[in-house]
Design a protein. Structure first.
Length: 397
């Protein structure tokens, strides 16, 4: 296909590529409990930082893909993509992508497809959420409404699913409660040197096991916070020195009702998205040098590591206990702090995971925050309690 856009000032003509898109610019806002700026402002700031990083004129952007879960519920806003296109000054197409807590990675998948298909030569992918506009009770209610209606009607929330899964895991396997707490301790430690993180606070195992119960056995420090923030990426069909290649971005769905699954400790969407991504990138889990895992609740880090083939079922806790997932380990997991400590502004999260990998692969970070000689990173962003997942693989070229 040949795409010609005469109305905009974007590159006049280019061939359908089906090559791996490159990431040439990234930008984020600091994730925070409460940011004074509006959702629209957060999206604009992240977008402008990515555009500046990429040294690209906004008029050359062919498409904008905005990941956002609930602007209407949190901020009484709609039309966020149209407003952003006008503010940033682009003239191509723009739309909002919603896939609950994986809205960010779904927007990225959308931009990736646009570049691969030849529809866009340059795509701006940006995600954001401003959750602090409502109180915790309301945000819990908004998030709970993504669950299956019958489960919602029984009073199920996302933390309560995670609590049930943690209980089952600790009961079935040899991990102990303090091993699980170590996941949160590690991710908080990783966020200490990340200026974009929601928390810059060291915690210890004793703090985790003494923190208030949220959904037994999970406590406050096992949970991601409610955050505000935005993150943006420029994807292009043109390779540039120092750019990072997207070698796979694949999604998969799982059952909507968790009750329909044969095993609470399996997340089929993550497993399938991971397999599809490995096939597309022509690699295996042993080729991955770092992983950004959707640790909305500490137990999810273990379950997803198992589903992605980094450990056998019931064995991921051993990676944590042996320090293998630490920043200096052989499989660093969530080196930027993860959802647990970098924060989880729903629509921004999937994009912030990919940005962390870009920074690591480009060697942009200070030594104490850098994993050893990374060439290949994986990110997984999960919608709901595994209703849908997107797995992305990036490689340094
Ligand atoms: N981890 C660590 N500390 C946290 C925290 C978390 N997840 N959430 C809040 N805190 C801290 C706050 O910084 C604050 O500390 P301070 O008193 O020193 O300022 C204190 O705990 C109280 O904060 P508050 O905002 O009042 O907490 P809360 O009780 O209203 O909310 C949760 C806590 C865990 C219920 C809330 O963060 C939550 O709902 N998290 C899950 C969100 C979710 O489900 N996302 C979707 C997943 S896909």
């Amino acid at each position: 296909m040949v795409y010609t856009d005469t109305d905009s000032e974007s590159t006049a003509e280019f061939q359908s590529c089906n090559v791996n898109p490159s990431i040439t610019g990234v930008g984020m806002t600091t994730f925070a409990k409460s940011d004074d700026r509006s959702l629209q402002e957060l999206l604009r700031i992240a977008s402008e930082r990515a555009l500046t990083g990429s040294e690209i004129d906004p008029k050359k952007v062919d498409s904008i893909h905005v990941g956002n879960m609930a602007a209407k519920a949190f901020n009484s806003r709609a039309g966020v993509a149209n407003a952003l296109a006008s503010t940033v000054g682009t003239k191509g197409i723009a739309h909002r992508v919603e896939n609950t807590s994986a809205s960010g990675a779904s927007a990225f998948l959308d931009g990736y497809d646009a570049v691969r298909s030849g529809r866009s030569e340059t795509a701006l992918v940006v995600g954001g959420e401003k959750m602090s506009a409502v109180d915790t009770e309301t945000s819990t209610e908004v998030i709970s409404r993504i669950t299956h209606k019958q489960e919602y009607n029984q009073g199920i929330t996302l933390p309560s699913f995670a609590g049930l899964a943690a209980n089952r895991y600790l009961d079935k396997y040899n991990a102990c409660r303090r091993d699980l707490a170590e996941v949160a301790v590690k991710n908080h430690a990783n966020a200490l040197a990340n200026p974009y993180a929601h928390f810059n606070k060291q915690i210890h195992i004793d703090d985790v096991v003494a923190s208030p119960v949220v959904a037994s056995p999970l406590r406050l420090y096992d949970c991601c916070p409610v955050s505000d923030g935005a993150a943006a990426i420029i994807l292009t069909a043109n390779d540039k020195d120092g750019s990072i290649q997207v070698t796979a971005c694949e999604g998969a769905i799982g059952t909507h009702a968790v009750a329909d699954r044969s095993d609470l400790l399996r997340i089929e969407s993550v497993r399938t998205a991971g397999k599809r991504a490995y096939t597309c990138a022509q690699i295996s889990p042993s080729d991955i040098d770092l992983a950004c895992i959707h640790d909305a609740f500490s137990i999810l880090e273990w379950i997803e590591l198992e589903e992605l083939g980094f450990a056998d079922s019931g064995k991921a806790w051993e990676l944590t206990r042996k320090g293998r997932t630490d920043i200096g380990g052989d499989l660093p997991v969530n080196p930027g702090g993860g959802l647990k400590a970098r924060g989880h502004p729903l629509g921004a999260t999937g994009i912030s995971q990919i940005i962390e990998i870009v920074w690591q692969l480009r060697g942009d970070l200070p030594d104490e925050r850098t994993v050893t000689d990374p060439q290949c990173g994986l990110a997984v962003n999960v919608a709901g309690f595994g209703n849908n997942a997107i797995c992305t693989i990036l490689e340094a070229v």
